[in-house]
Structures are given as structure tokens and as C-alpha cells.
Design a binder for this molecule. Structure first.
Ligand SMILES: Cc1ncc(COP(=O)(O)O)c(C=O)c1O
Length: 430
């Protein structure tokens, strides 16, 4: 255990007493980091940098799981939030800003005719599923990838305890870029599929014609196509990836970066479907219209547009990915690691070895990056504050980590050099 992380360790011990898994969010928790050789509690952030509770300073690339798009503590957003905090953040009736933001989103997002605001991405995806079921009168869902913590999705995972079994029978997974896997599910449940929900792009690029074919099949079969743009929205394009690929879903879900870290998400979609929230559905929450987060979102949109923020992120990300690829090549680690993804959202993946698991390699690599003050999760979702200085810093830290990784492979003692518990997958493979 490192003296450097003494306070983190003390907090962790206490957190386990009061908080299951010591965290509200699995990916932030101790099982996902080289705990003991990494910080666990962060006290403050500025731009792309954070300080842990022991006073160590780190460059971050995970940015609160992609929620912080401008940078921590952005002054313009903060000023706006404070303005609304001073005049009250929640009331007994609606606030005009709800209309202002909804109108902005309708202008920005091709699939948006009406908007419902929420707090978490899961709220938006779950509301979308309910609306699709109501609109079609069908119960089954086809999904692809992660969509949040609600029953209809988690039923299909290894953490499905507490969820009635029938949910499992209604949710079916297809593979991205595999149109036959979608077709085959639709054939297996004729006239029973209400929705196809998917990220339009993940770390894999859509193959030519794939998204268009998904759209065509859904239209033909009367299935509601939902794009989960929780990550891609406000990262690839202000109007989501749909603005880039030109395939327009019936409904889309946005979240994460919308409010530069303030809790806000949105479901947008075709008017005739969204109108069901007026007549047939009950989807309503105390904090949906909370004003400080809505103000933060309006300001985040303005700043991203004024500063051409998303182009800056892409420019940074392209060079980061290129730099990592060059390092992998220089250290001849091609059979151990790879950079995947679109530039604004990419990951460093590890390739399973006979004598080393992916988790073991990842733990060691994260540990070595953290020694270089890079708070590295092997996911890159950079923000506008990542610039030249941050790029130089990152590549130098990654160079050091890769050099040590390569040495350990050669000497065959990587496992002995892991100074913490090995990270654990959140969902076990079936
Ligand atoms: C693609 C995708 N959809 C939905 C969600 C759920 O969002 P939240 O955690 O805000 O509920 C996430 C969260 O990571 C996500 O990555």
C-alpha cells in the first residue's frame, strides 16, 4: 500500500461501511482501479486535471465517464449555474428555461420534434423503451450494447438478481455491424418487436450501409428505432452521430456531456410518439425540470458552438490515438494491445494472452500510468481543455508505462509487479 494514497485508503475503508461497493457508480469504484496503487477519491478538478484527497495532481482522460466535455470547473458554465442557484433551482411549476433548452435541442438534433428532460441516461433509455412499447403495442426489445441500469436491460446480464425473469424473455441482443443477427431476431419474434435500441457508433465504426439497413428494416417491420446517443451526442456532433451518418431514428437519448457534468439527460423524438407521454404514459419526476442543470446545458451548448469545441476534441483525440499507436509499434506490443474507436471516443484494449488475462495487463498498465500522474482508465473521452500541454504530458506518461510493460513482458514478471488487486469485470461473461 502506498503512503501516497493514505487518505484515499482511509476514506475507502470508511466508505465500505456505509456505501455498498464504496461507490454509487461501478466504473468509478475500487474494483475498477488498481486500488492501493491508485487514488480512489478526487477532491477537485480544473480543466483536464484533477487532485485526489492526498493532494496528488493527475491528468484525466475519463472526464467523469465522459460527462465533462468542456473541462472541470468551466467558468462560463459555473457563472450560469450560480446565477440560477441564487434565484432558486426548483419550483412548484415549470421554469421558462425548460422551453429554451427543448427548443435548442429540437434545432440541433435531427430526430427531435419534442423533448423530455431527465437526470440520468438510464431514465431516457427506459422512457424510450416504454414509449416504443406503448406506440407499437408490442413487448419485445432488441438491443445492442450497454443502455443503463433498468430492468429491461440488466435482466440480460450476470447481475440480474432482483429482476423478474419475464424481462429476460423480452430483451434480445444483436451484434453491431451484423445485420443478419438483427434480421434473425426479428424473424424469431414476428410482429412482437417494439424497439431496436442501439448506439449508432461505438468503438467500432458502422460498416457501409449497416445503419441504413437497420433503419430500413425497422421502418418495414413497424419497429421504433432508438439511437442511444448518451455518449456520442455532444461528443461527435452537437446533433449526435445521427447528424454525421444521416440515419434518423424515431427517438434518441442524450445525457453524459450535456451539462458539463451537471445531472441532465434527454429523450427526444417524433411528435406522434412523444405525445404518448401526454395521454397514455406516466413518466414524471420531481427533479426533471431542475433549473441549474438546464442552465448548465444551455451554456454548454453555447460554449461548445462558440469555441468550436467538438472539432478541438477531435483534433486532440486524433493525435492522442496516433501517438499511442506509434508507441505500441515502437515497443512492438501489437500482439498485446490495440487502440480502438473513433477518435473522439477511443479505448486502449488488451489482447488475451496464454499466461496473462486482459484484467492483469490492464491493471499493471493503469498502475504504471498513475505513477506518471496520468489517471488512466484505458478509455479516452477527452474534453475541450485537453490541449498541447496535455497531449505532450499524456504521451510521455504512456511512453514510460509502455516501456515498463514491454520490459515486464520480456522478463516474464508482469504479474509480480502488480502492486494492487487486479481489476474485476462488472458483468461476468455468460
Ligand atoms: C451508451 C450508454 N447508454 C446509457 C447509459 C446510462 O447512462 P446513466 O449512467 O447516466 O444512467 C450509459 C452510461 O454509461 C451509456 O454509456
Amino acid at each position: 500500500m502506498f503512503e501516497k494514497f493514505k487518505k484515499s485508503q482511509e476514506y475507502l475503508k470508511k466508505a465500505y461501511t456505509f456505501i455498498p461497493s464504496a461507490t454509487q457508480t461501478f466504473s468509478k469504484g475500487p474494483s475498477q482501479w488498481p486500488t492501493g496503487a491508485s487514488p480512489n477519491f478526487i477532491e477537485k478538478g480544473l480543466g483536464a486535471w484533477v487532485w485526489d484527497v492526498d493532494g496528488n495532481k493527475y491528468l484525466d482522460h475519463l472526464m467523469a465517464l465522459g460527462a465533462v466535455i468542456l473541462g472541470y470547473g468551466n467558468e462560463q458554465v459555473n457563472r450560469e449555474i450560480k446565477k440560477y442557484i441564487d434565484s432558486g433551482v426548483i419550483f412548484s411549476q415549470m421554469h421558462p428555461l425548460e422551453i429554451e433548452l427543448s427548443e435548442k435541442l429540437v434545432h440541433l438534433i435531427p430526430s427531435a420534434e419534442m423533448v423530455k428532460l431527465f437526470k440520468n441516461g438510464s431514465d431516457a433509455t427506459t422512457a424510450a423503451i416504454r414509449a416504443a412499447r406503448a406506440f407499437t403495442g408490442r413487448d419485445h426489445i432488441i438491443f445492442c450494447g450497454y443502455h443503463g441500469w433498468h430492468d429491461w436491460y440488466v435482466a440480460t446480464t450476470s447481475r440480474s438478481f432482483g429482476i423478474p425473469d419475464f424481462n429476460k424473455e423480452l430483451s434480445h441482443q444483436f451484434q453491431y455491424n451484423n445485420i443478419d443477427s438483427l434480421r434473425s431476431l426479428i424473424q424469431s419474434f414476428p410482429n412482437k418487436i417494439s424497439a431496436v435500441i442501439m448506439e449508432p457508433v461505438g468503438v467500432e465504426k458502422p460498416e457501409e450501409g449497416f445503419l441504413e439497413e437497420v433503419r430500413e428494416i425497422c421502418t418495414k417491420e413497424g419497429i421504433i428505432l432508438i439511437f442511444d446517443e448518451i455518449v456520442t451526442g455532444f461528443r461527435f456532433h452537437m446533433g449526435g452521430y445521427q447528424s454525421i451518418c444521416g440515419v434518423i431514428p424515431d427517438m434518441s437519448c442524450f445525457g453524459k456531456a450535456m451539462g458539463n457534468g451537471m445531472p441532465i439527460s434527454a429523450l427526444v423524438g417524433r411528435r406522434e410518439i412523444m405525445k404518448l407521454f401526454e395521454t397514455h404514459l406516466f413518466v414524471s419526476g420531481t427533479f426533471g425540470g431542475e433549473v441549474a442543470s438546464i442552465a448548465a446545458c444551455c451554456k454548454t451548448i453555447d460554449v461548445l458552438q462558440d469555441e468550436n469545441g467538438l472539432a478541438k476534441i477531435k483534433f486532440y483525440s486524433d493525435r492522442l490515438c496516433q501517438g499511442i499507436r506509434e508507441l505500441i509499434k515502437a515497443y512492438r506490443l501489437e500482439s498485446y494491445m490495440d487502440v480502438k474507436g473513433y477518435s473522439s471516443r477511443s479505448i486502449l484494449t488488451f489482447l488475451p494472452q496464454r499466461s496473462l488475462s486482459v484484467e492483469e495487463m490492464k491493471t499493471y498498465f493503469m498502475q504504471e500510468c498513475i505513477k506518471e500522474n496520468l489517471l488512466y482508465f484505458c478509455s479516452h473521452v477527452p474534453c475541450v481543455s485537453h490541449s498541447e500541454n496535455e497531449l505532450t504530458f499524456s504521451l510521455k506518461a504512456l511512453d514510460m508505462a509502455m516501456s515498463r510493460f514491454s520490459q515486464s513482458i520480456k522478463s516474464g514478471d508482469l504479474l509480480d509487479k502488480i502492486e494492487s488487486k487486479v481489476i474485476e469485470p462488472i458483468f461476468r461473461k455468460a
